[in-house]
Design a binder for this molecule. Structure first.
Ligand code: NAD
Ligand code: GLY
Length: 370
């Protein structure tokens, strides 16, 4: 088993990573739980695959478990569904010392975590992530949220989990599209934070496409390592943590404009990253050769990115709803060479529109994924 600590003083917690680890989830939770009641939040897709395993493990460790299922899909990451989960918590007698356990991808994790953050002013919460995206990103760091029709993740909190249990075996059942969506988040760590990790990804494109187990274990561990360091240094995103939003302001706008569900989060982020690369190049921050290396990584791994035919002006307007807008100005994370980044709030609207249009045409012309 591999182990990492997210160091946040009294809110520090461990990320445990291993094949088959869901079988030990109950025993791992036993060591930190405050009482014996757990509400296991999942969706029907994930629950039918891994619910029994999680339930057996928790019950074997002496927990009384109530299962609460939300419908599957980003379109359900909203206040209505969060309220239903809270209702289930009240109905099953969840107490202040009880635990909410999220079993699923980023959607389940974000919504269950949000419910835990506001249930009786906040109760314990643990993550059992089952998608690549959740294992490398969303289960770590305590950002929990639901969407609002006006924008993505606009209602939420910072509420750290008390434990993250990553069973890498769960990735074997993941659909190809969801696997690639997770890679979209993996690549960002290399692009803006860690050149040697980027070089590893470049070298391993074939193993990545083949879901080689050793390669995945390396990717998950190192993604969590990088994210843990960033979160420990800047929990509330006052500085460095913003780097994790590479491509996200563009991507969130695409998700919102296409009704939350047409595109996977990682796909939208990949499209947004293309726009960020072009803008960084146009601003003289990213040399042509490095921009090409990044695009090649996406192309070779075959992440499916077909930018929707949205009017760039419409994308720009939707971007203005982003949480990172300061005094009406967009704050964008731009790659400044591989392994480096800069935050800019002075890019002209004209250049941003140009970057969106260029990403649209690039994503068609380069035919990522096809
Ligand atoms: P998701 O949760 O919708 O999961 C994708 C699909 O895979 C779903 O249909 C799900 O039911 C299914 N699934 C999950 N595990 C499976 C498995 N092991 N086998 C087969 N199918 C499985 O999507 P996601 O990509 O995991 O997460 C996206 C969400 O994460 C977005 O809402 C995004 O905003 C959020 N996110 C949050 C953070 C954060 O820091 N909190 C970071 C990145 C992304
Ligand atoms: N996924 C962005 C963050 O956790 O900050």
């Amino acid at each position: 088993m591999q182990e990492l600590e997210v160091s946040l003083n009294e809110r520090s917690y461990f990320i445990k990573i291993a094949s088959g680890l869901l079988n030990d989830a109950g025993a791992l939770l036993r060591g930190i739980s405050r009482n014996n009641k757990v509400m296991l939040v999942s969706n029907p897709t994930v629950y039918s695959l891994y619910g029994q395993k999680a339930l057996d493990s928790l019950e074997k460790a002496g927990f009384t478990v109530h299962v609460a299922l939300m419908p599957d899909g980003e379109a359900y990451k909203n206040m209505d569904e969060a309220l239903k989960i809270l209702d289930e918590g009240f109905a099953c007698g969840l107490e202040r010392g009880s635990t909410v356990a999220a079993l699923g991808g980023g959607v389940v994790g974000d919504l269950a975590g949000f419910a835990a953050a506001i249930y009786q002013r906040g109760i314990d919460f643990v993550q059992f992530p089952t998608t690549l995206l959740a294992q490398v990103d969303s289960s770590v760091g305590g950002k929990v949220a639901v969407n609002h029709p006006r924008g993505k993740n606009l209602i939420g909190a910072f509420h750290q989990p008390r434990l993250v249990v990553i069973d890498t075996d769960t990735l074997s059942t993941l659909e190809k599209r969801d696997y690639y969506s997770g890679l979209g988040e993996v690549f960002k760590y290399g692009i803006v934070n860690d050149e040697s990790f980027f070089a590893y990804l470049e070298e391993q494109v074939e193993q990545i496409a083949a879901r080689n187990k050793d390669c995945l274990a390396y990717i998950i561990y190192n993604s969590c390592r990088i994210k843990s360091e960033i979160v420990a240094a800047d929990e509330k995103e006052e500085g460095w943590r913003a780097v994790l939003n590479l491509g996200h302001t563009f991507g969130h706008a695409i998700e919102q404009l296409t009704g939350y569900g047409s595109y996977r989060h990682g796909e939208a982020v990949a499209m947004g990253t293309m726009a960020a690369i072009y803008l960084a190049w146009d601003e003289g921050l990213l040399p042509e050769e490095e921009a090409s290396r990044i695009k090649e990584l996406y192309r070779k791994t075959g992440i499916p990115i077909v930018f929707p035919e949205l009017n760039p002006e419409e994308v720009y307007q939707a971007m203005l709803n982003d949480k990172k807008v300061v005094n009406g100005r967009l704050r964008l994370i731009l790659p400044a060479g591989i392994g480096a980044f800069t935050i800019r709030d002075d890019c002209s609207k004209e250049k941003i529109l140009k970057a969106i249009a260029k990403a649209q045409s690039d994503c068609q012309a380069v035919k990522f994924g096809g």
